[in-house]
Design a binder for this molecule. Structure first.
Ligand SMILES: Cc1ncc(COP(=O)(O)O)c(C=O)c1O
Length: 231
């Protein structure tokens, strides 16, 4: 299908008209307000959303690029990272950085392991990562961006969790990284993270846990008494 040709208008559009056009355009969008939408919009309550908007507007124009110009943003970032490390059981050497979301976090993790492996295993020319088939598609992007070949292993057909034995069997001299999700995107299942971690440790390779969905949910679900596997 040919691209609809849209060109920059010669004249600006008056404010009210612009708002009207945009309001009309969203009439065909999904109606998430009725609460029947999965995953795309995560909303706690009206009160909470209003607070988020207020905070967002407070810093709408600031730019976290420069911590010297905007030390407040640096402070917030450092505090969130520290809280996250604490929630997820990191030790004093753990560190982090704030990203734009799950995809960027995964891209950075794969790039970091690729660079680490280049340094540690210079003999590996075609690095590979082993993933359960339930891993988020952003690993596929990371694979293409950073030249790390993805090897997918089907999840267990009953529990839908990563099959640790099958992942172990497929390790090769090119494997630099294995992946688990806590939980995964397709089914909300937590992979056997402890076993995957042990496998990575005994093999001397990297392990990334995708906790994009679970990082700020599983610790609290566990506190509420739900039976949450180790993650
Ligand atoms: C488990 C998991 N990983 C990664 C992502 C990607 O996150 P984002 O959409 O913020 O890039 C998602 C998004 O839902 C996810 O559920």
């Amino acid at each position: 299908m040919a691209r609809q040709k849209v060109i920059l208008p010669k004249e600006g559009i008056p404010r009210d008209e612009l708002l009207k056009i945009m309001g009309e355009a969203r009439k065909g969008d999904a109606n998430w307000q009725n609460g029947r939408m999965w995953s795309l919009v995560n909303r706690a309550s009206d009160e909470h959303t209003e607070l988020l908007k207020e905070v967002f507007n407070m810093f709408f124009s600031e730019n976290a690029l420069s911590p010297f110009a905007f030390p407040s943003l640096k402070k917030f970032e450092s505090e969130v990272i520290s809280m996250t490390i604490d929630l997820l059981g990191g030790n004093r050497r753990a560190c982090g950085s704030m990203t734009s979301g799950g995809t960027e976090s995964i891209l950075l993790a794969v790039k970091t392991y690729r660079d680490w492996a280049r340094d540690k295993f210079p003999e590996i020319k075609e690095p590979e990562m082993i993933l359960p088939s339930s891993a988020h598609p952003s690993f596929e992007k990371a694979a293409k961006y950073f030249d790390v070949k993805p090897i997918y292993v089907p999840v267990d057909d009953k529990s839908y969790r990563a099959d640790v034995k099958a992942m172990k069997d497929i390790l090769s001299e090119n494997t630099i990284l294995i992946v688990g999700s806590a939980p995964d995107y397709p089914r909300g299942v937590v992979d056997p993270i402890t076993e995957l971690g042990a496998l990575a440790k005994e093999s001397g390779i990297g392990m990334h846990v995708d906790a994009c969905l679970g990082g700020y949910m599983l610790p609290f679900a566990r506190k509420l008494g739900y039976n949450i596997p180790d993650f």
